[in-house]
Design a protein. Structure first.
Length: 104
């Protein structure tokens, strides 16, 4: 279990997928460019290429962890993590939330 105070440190935000491309020489990786509204744009990598195509993802409003330290994967710096279930179902918003909205 984590303390409530620890959970409050996780910055969950809505983000819109504005660009998507398959990472060359990989089976699973997609490079997503996201719009977080006032928080700007950022790139994250995800291992969901076996489940979703770029066509499926472009324009989707997803939920991300916005305050992770950047991590370099296959030479590309990823600035966050999207949320998905163990069986690779992407978490999205039901309504058109403003880009960068904080999840509470």
């Amino acid at each position: 279990m984590i303390k409530f105070e620890d959970f409050q440190n996780v910055d969950l935000r809505t983000a819109e997928v504005i660009l998507c491309e398959k990472v060359p020489n990989t089976e699973k990786l997609l490079k997503l460019e996201l719009d977080l509204g006032e928080k700007g744009k950022r790139v994250i990598l995800t291992g969901l290429a076996e489940k979703y195509s770029c066509k499926d993802l472009k324009g989707k409003k997803i939920i991300i962890v916005a305050n992770l330290e950047p991590k370099k994967i296959r030479g590309i710096e990823s600035h966050g993590m999207l949320l998905a279930t163990d069986d690779m179902i992407l978490l999205t918003t039901m309504e058109d939330a403003k880009n960068g909205s904080k999840i509470r």
